[in-house]
Design a protein around this ligand. Structure first.
Ligand code: GLC
Length: 411
């Protein structure tokens, strides 16, 4: 299995960056490549740093590290560069994804101690975190906003149903989906979801991808618990790296953002769910759907001891309803769909983060349970995109990079 996992990463290597899987996702994706870098770090440290270098090649002057970097052309994916309409080289999308990159950089550095490689990526990571604060929390609330569900990495989570229902389905771009030609449509977001996704892309393209204009016109604006938790974890990791290659002023600056995020995330606890949940920043309402993202504050060290116990209890309840933890949507929620992408299936990367969080919080038992089930589902079904929580059967794309990377991290 270790050999096979390494082979998946090698096969998906396009010369310094890795595609999530051939055909379905033929470019470099932001958070995928952070996990991939950690996977490579287990057997090829230099190649691991290359992955982060290539990610930073797509960075904008204002600090944004985009969701997708279109290093090479491909007809296999919609919406491609022409829909985003961004004149840059390399071409990119104009939105971001959960910022796992600084966490990956720390992981790499702690393994090989390569200060030279670290110094090359550190400025880009710092600029990226500054961008989150400036572009996505202009009022300094502590929580950063997400303007497109794709930015959360959990594209069609039921948490977005409420806020997305306000987004019109009209598009100026003609929709030509490619994903449903590669994968069973029953496992992919619905047509209506796609129209709204593209409506948002059209809206922001018309706003010139300028952060303050996007902020003003955004018909979708949420504080995603997953993104904020991952950012808090990343800020802590960046602070550790700033001890090595940063300045005292930078450490003060990062510590300030950490304090803001800690306060913000504490306000997202939902006692009725026994979990954290995001907030709709337009209506002000809680996005009160139980989800795997609701455990991610553990990964950020942002849960109190009592909250850790509550969340372990929620998982125990879920484990009576499904065979494999952690379903992306609460299995007792009406929105639960065990095979439809982020509305139920299990994702290895999310499991890895949740297990790290439980372990760091001192709950080794829950961490071991999740890690064991994650290994079990990959052993059973291979390095697929995601898994059916009812039996661990594989779904979505095959030979997936981040699933292989997580296997190596758990090995
Ligand atoms: C899908 C997933 C996203 C992932 C991407 C590439 O869009 O929702 O999280 O980054 O595929 O694997």
């Amino acid at each position: 299995m270790n050999e096979q996992a390494r082979a998946v990463l090698r096969t998906n290597d396009r010369g310094g960056y890795t595609v999530p899987t051939a055909r379905l996702y033929p470019f470099q994706w932001n958070w995928d490549s952070a996990f991939v870098a950690m996977g490579f770090a287990t057997f090829d440290p230099s190649r691991a740093w290359d992955e982060l270098d290539h990610l930073i090649k797509g960075q904008w002057e204002d600090g944004l590290i985009p969701q997708i970097i279109f290093h090479a052309e491909s007809d296999d994916y919609f919406p491609g560069p022409e829909v985003w309409g961004i004149e840059r080289s390399p071409k990119t999308t104009g939105i971001t994804q959960p910022p796992v990159a600084a966490t990956a950089a720390r992981f790499l550095f702690e393994r090989d101690g390569d200060r030279g490689r670290l110094s090359r990526v550190y400025p880009g990571l710092l600029a990226y975190h500054r961008w989150f604060r400036a572009a996505r929390d202009p009022q300094g609330t502590g929580l950063v906003a997400t303007l497109h569900p794709w930015e959360t990495g959990m594209d069609n989570s039921p948490a977005w149903d409420g806020p997305m229902s306000r987004v019109p389905t009209s598009t100026t771009t003609v929709i030509r989906r490619r994903d449903t030609g590669h994968i069973d449509p029953a496992m992919r977001p619905r047509a209506e979801d796609y129209q709204r996704f593209i409506h948002l892309v059209d809206t922001y393209r018309e706003a010139g991808w300028e952060p303050s204009r996007m902020w003003e016109v955004a018909p979708f604006k949420v504080a995603d618990v997953g993104t904020n938790a991952i950012l808090l974890r990343a800020e802590r990791d960046l602070l550790a790296l700033a001890e090595v290659v940063g300045s005292p002023a930078e450490r003060v600056e990062i510590a300030g953002r950490i304090a803001g995020l800690e306060k913000g995330i504490a306000s997202l606890w939902r006692p009725e769910l026994g979990q954290f949940a995001g907030r709709d920043l337009i209506s002000g309402e809680a996005l009160a759907v139980g989800s795997s993202a609701g455990f991610l504050p553990l990964f950020a060290g942002a849960a109190t001891p009592g909250q850790v116990v509550e969340m372990a209890g929620v998982l125990k309840r879920w484990s009576q309803l499904v065979e494999v933890l952690v379903p992306s949507t609460a299995p007792d929620a009406v929105q639960f769909e065990p095979l439809r992408y982020w509305r139920g299936p299990v994702w290895a990367v999310v499991n890895w983060m949740i297990a790290e969080g439980f372990a760091d919080a001192g709950d080794a038992e829950t961490a071991a349970l999740i890690r064991g089930q994650t290994r079990g589902m990959i052993e059973k079904s291979g390095f697929v995109e995601y898994f059916d929580p009812r039996d661990g059967a594989g779904a979505g794309g095959a030979t997936f990079s981040w699933t292989a990377a997580i296997w190596l991290l758990l090995a």
